[in-house]
Design a protein. Structure first.
Length: 90
């Protein structure tokens, strides 16, 4: 994982999704916490696809991936489970 300064801005000030861009480090931090939970409940399995399926099954959203890894985007697939995620992780 690359260490990128949180002061580095890779978006324009007039980006229509600027709020999402500003919150991406918090989102990725929550994914790290969820991976720790995944390891505790499912055992340490470093298969990213299994983790992504666990996130979808447990918290009702699918993190979007590209060729280099997890992006700052996701798709909600179950509103109730996603609400539980928001309550648990903020």
């Amino acid at each position: 994982m690359a260490n990128i300064s949180k002061n580095f801005q890779d978006y324009d000030d007039d980006d229509p999704e600027i709020d999402k861009r500003k919150m991406r480090f918090q989102y990725w931090g929550k994914l790290v916490l969820m991976r720790e939970e995944y390891y505790k409940t499912e055992g340490i399995d470093r298969d990213t696809e299994k983790f992504m399926q666990w996130v979808a099954d447990t918290y009702g959203f699918e993190p979007i991936m590209n060729n280099t890894g997890i992006t700052d985007d996701y798709r909600i697939i179950d509103e109730k489970k996603y609400t539980y995620f928001l309550l648990k992780y903020g």
